[in-house]
Write a protein that binds this ligand. Structure first.
Ligand code: MRU
Length: 320
């Protein structure tokens, strides 16, 4: 399943706001439509945001806009996932026409996820129960997924795995998107409320945690709110905690503590499934991302292999 398609000079996105009940498309005719789609989370997940923004640059180019201006506007749509900045800058710096570069990025994203899946599946044992948070699946990328890509590969290798999805309040990406993706392929999956993750680790019902990332720095990662609580529980109960992320999600220049954490609308917390669950006028704090320090993370599964934080520089030196 592809989350986006470029056709007749338009970007066609799966509208993730309506899943799992309606599988509809959202069509971007202009780069402003792409900005809207990123802000409103029609398209979401770090790699998918990056590739959609690259096509936003293409739409700006077709309309004859100044690409530096378009780049600035696209970059201001959602601040946390570094893939957005990486993708827009790559189009700006490329010698290729924007469309060729965007199409190359689209294809690379799929190959990258397949490679992450292969490396990640090596750490999965037969009969493992794997907990995941938010949606780092095909829907968060062009296809296949990072954390769910690892799970898919292990499933295809007949490892008889079971998946536990945190619901991922407030927007329910785990419940709405990850559970749906697993069900599409008959991968055994159970949904839990976010607050049950600690209990399940304490009672030995989880063998591994695998999540995605919006940013990987030398001192940790940034990912969907709730990731820190999962990481802390995993450390306490000795459950290996892995992050699956492509190298396009790495920010080697900044600390996790320098990342701008997106604060989203209070309505996302005040309402659940269209129903208001708190008194009118309630003050809300709604940070969309968590900062997870390196000492809580067992390893980062990338398309070039698994990186451990104590061997970070060694890994990048050997890669060159
Ligand atoms: O707010 P979202 O749904 O865009 O947040 C997505 C996540 O936090 C994902 O886990 C992350 O982007 C990695 S996706 C491969």
């Amino acid at each position: 399943m592809k989350t986006m398609k470029w056709k007749d000079n338009r970007l066609i996105l799966i509208d993730q706001r309506r899943l799992p009940d309606d599988l509809n498309c959202f069509i971007c005719n202009t780069y402003e439509d792409v900005i809207f789609a990123i802000k409103e989370m029609v398209v979401r997940g770090a790699p998918a945001i990056g590739v959609a923004a690259a096509f936003g640059m293409v739409l700006g180019d077709i309309a004859g806009e100044n690409l530096n201006v378009v780049a600035k506007k696209l970059k201001s749509s959602r601040p946390t996932a570094i893939n957005l900045f990486w993708a827009v800058d790559r189009i700006l710096k490329s010698d290729n026409p924007p469309l060729d570069e965007a199409i190359a990025m689209y294809k690379e994203d799929i190959d990258t996820n397949l490679a992450i899946g292969r490396y990640g599946a090596e750490i999965i044992e037969k009969n493992d129960t794997i907990l995941t948070h938010c949606n780092a699946g095909a829907l968060a990328c062009v296809d296949y997924g990072t954390a769910l890509g690892v799970i898919r590969t292990a499933h295809h290798q007949d490892k008889n795995i079971n998946v536990i999805c945190d619901e991922t309040r407030p927007l329910g990406q785990g419940a709405r998107l990850s559970v749906w993706e697993m069900q599409q392929e008959d991968i055994p999956v159970k949904l839990i409320p976010d607050v049950a993750a600690g209990y399940l680790m304490q009672t030995l019902k989880i063998n591994k945690v695998i999540i995605g990332a919006d940013r990987v720095c030398t001192d940790g990662i940034v990912n969907k709110i709730g990731s820190l609580m999962v990481a802390l529980s995993a450390k306490r109960f000795h459950v290996p905690f892995y992050v699956a992320a492509p190298l396009s999600t790495f920010d080697l220049k900044n600390s996790i503590y320098d990342t701008e954490i997106e604060e989203r609308a209070p309505e996302e917390v005040m309402f659940y499934g269209g129903c208001r669950i708190a008194p009118i006028g309630t003050e809300v704090i709604n940070p969309a991302f968590d900062i997870v320090p390196a000492d809580l993370i067992t390893g980062i599964i990338t398309e070039k292999g698994i990186i451990h934080f104590d061997k970070f520089s060694e890994f990048f030196l050997n890669m060159k």
